[in-house]
Design a protein around this ligand. Structure first.
Ligand SMILES: Nc1ncnc2c1ncn2[C@@H]1O[C@H](COP(=O)(O)OP(=O)(O)OP(=O)(O)O)[C@@H](O)[C@H]1O
Ligand SMILES: [Mg+2]
Length: 507
């Protein structure tokens, strides 16, 4: 065997008393896609941050192309041609694609930016790697799939023999994942090696050559992908056999709890993003909304939660018309909301877990008395949610920003699912969660439904929709193309509807 491209030996990284990486060995061969797997909080991002020079390890060595190296900062990593795309995209939303790529790039003609050269090279790169993009658009105008493309171009631009991709597919729709995998294959063909992190076992099995599993900071093992199966991987990650692809009993819905009648939303410049939506959600029902990202799902959720006023139509809760819904009114009506963009709207990073868990309810009983926050009650609430959602943290006063990506997700989920007294709007609720946590959240949703809560489940994960939903409505270009009973729904039929094929029989 040739010397590996990368060899990390006995890496140790501690945070206080926590060993996030405990003597981890990890190697990547040149030309391979090496997947890194593990539960939320297992230490994947930490290990990659060590490799990218963001964290200094407390022990261990890194060999790169056969030589021992020390990385003091990402600048060193980039100099060695190691690139990283982070779990949460790090672009400047108000900058254009070009500006984002130029940021921090050394200019041969200081203080002038090499704009023309960059544009020309960008075109070359885009063609060579199959990553077309309009460099004049602002990043905030781009869907997440394209924002990620910008990040990849940015890394390639700085030169990369190894690309670290931390959960790149978590925010992609199934179609975008296909395109993305084609890009990865192309990159490998051009001599780039890849470290790929994902919680989706089917993806890992499809795209990688080898898989390394971490559990509680330790390396459990490395296996060839062709010898791996989902149950094998799940057991390596969790330490015991895990039930996969669990389906939930359907039916049991009662009274309508939420009704939309002819609801439309028109946005300046964009036009109509929701077209006469008519839908009924019953209490004790999970109504799934399927559709390719960008077909109005997030707007539908925002409208129902009172975040965006709709342009036409009517909305009813338990038969009563809700005029001009606002987030406050909807919360008072017993609504909980798990939004899609949780990094932006969900958490205050330097607040503790306990305080993030009462971010929306700290001003009311039981958390508030006579204008004072009742810390004891706040802590009790945190203890309970941490246990229920298995949030892995040092303690409840730890700043949320120090938690692993998946555990941050669990904090938002715990808070919002608790707020939902009658109605829940959940957008991609299991995104970024490991197999065990995904299963717990699904169990929780099912239990809520059995208690009579109506759930609008918006997800890009068709398997999830099929496993959970009593009925599934398909959204295409802002229109409901049909509603099918969850029992009878088939993956191919729904996929076709997601691409615009109308269904005659509706339920
Ligand atoms: N800056 C930090 N300060 C304190 N603790 C940290 C810090 N960064 C990570 N940790 C802790 O280290 C452990 C490993 O976190 P890491 O982010 O590496 O997990 P992960 O495997 O990437 O999980 P996920 O799948 O949820 O992204 C977690 O317990 C986390 O809380
Ligand atoms: Mg992570």
């Amino acid at each position: 065997m040739p010397a590996p491209l990368l060899e990390m030996r006995q890496i140790v990284k501690t945070f206080g008393s926590l060993r996030a990486n405990d003597h981890v060995d990890f190697e990547v061969q040149s030309g391979e896609i090496h997947a890194l797997l593990g539960e939320n909080g297992a230490g994947k991002t930490t290990l990659m941050n060590v490799l990218y020079g963001l964290y200094q390890p407390d022990g261990g060595e890194i060999y790169w192309k056969g030589e021992k190296i020390t990385l003091h900062s990402p600048r060193d990593a980039i100099r060695h041609r190691i690139g990283m795309i982070h779990q949460h995209l790090m672009l400047v939303p108000n900058f254009t694609v070009l500006e984002n790529i130029l940021v921090g790039l050394p200019s041969p003609k200081e203080p002038f930016l090499p704009i023309q050269e960059t544009l020309t090279r960008l075109e070359d790169f885009a063609a060579q790697y199959g990553l077309p993009i309009d460099p004049t658009l602002k990043v905030k105008q781009l869907p997440l799939g394209l924002q990620q493309r910008v990040e990849i171009l940015k890394a390639l631009f700085r030169g990369a023999d190894l690309l670290i991709l931390d959960e790149p597919t978590a925010v992609l729709s199934p179609l975008e994942v296909e395109e993305f995998f084609a890009v990865l294959k192309n990159l490998v063909g051009k001599g780039v090696s890849i470290i790929f992190i994902s919680h989706k076992l089917d993806e890992v099995l499809r795209i990688s050559d080898r898989i390394t599993v971490l559990r509680q900071g330790k390396r459990i093992g490395t296996i060839e992908t062709r010898q791996a199966t989902q149950p094998i991987l799940a057991e390596m990650m969790v330490g015991r056999a895990v039930a996969l692809d669990h389906s939930f009993p359907k039916g049991g819905a009662a009274q309508p709890i939420l009704e939309l009648k002819g609801v439309s939303l028109t946005r300046p410049k964009v036009g109509r993003v929701l077209k006469e939506i008519t839908l009924t959600l019953h209490s004790g029902e999970i109504l799934g909304i399927a559709g390719i990202d960008g077909n109005g799902q997030e707007e539908l959720a925002d409208v129902v939660c009172g975040l965006i006023p709709y342009s036409a139509g009517q909305m009813f809760i338990e038969g009563r018309s809700i005029l001009n819904p606002t987030p406050r009114k909807m919360k008072a009506a017993g609504l909980g909301y798990v939004p899609a963009d949780r990094q932006r709207v969900g958490l205050v990073k330097n607040f503790s877990i306990a305080h993030n868990l009462v971010l929306k309810s700290f001003d009311a009983p039981p958390f508030n008395a006579y204008g004072f926050l009742r810390e004891k009650v706040v802590r009790l609430n945190a203890q309970q949610i941490i246990a229920e959602f298995d949030i892995r943290a040092a303690d409840l006063l730890q700043p949320v920003g120090e938690l692993s990506g998946g555990n941050q997700q669990k904090v938002i989920l715990g808070r919002e699912l608790k707020l939902a007294q009658r109605l829940l709007v959940a957008v991609h609720p299991t995104r970024g969660l490991d197999v065990g946590a995904t299963e717990s959240v699904r169990q929780f949703l099912h239990a809520q439904k059995q208690k009579g809560i109506g759930i609008l489940l918006i997800s890009a994960d068709l398997d999830e929709l099929l496993a959970m939903s009593d009925r599934i409505a398909v959204l295409f270009r802002g229109e409901i193309l049909g509603v099918v009973p969850g029992e009878a729904a088939s993956l191919p039929a729904i996929s076709r509807m997601m691409l615009g094929e109308r269904l005659e029989a509706t339920a």
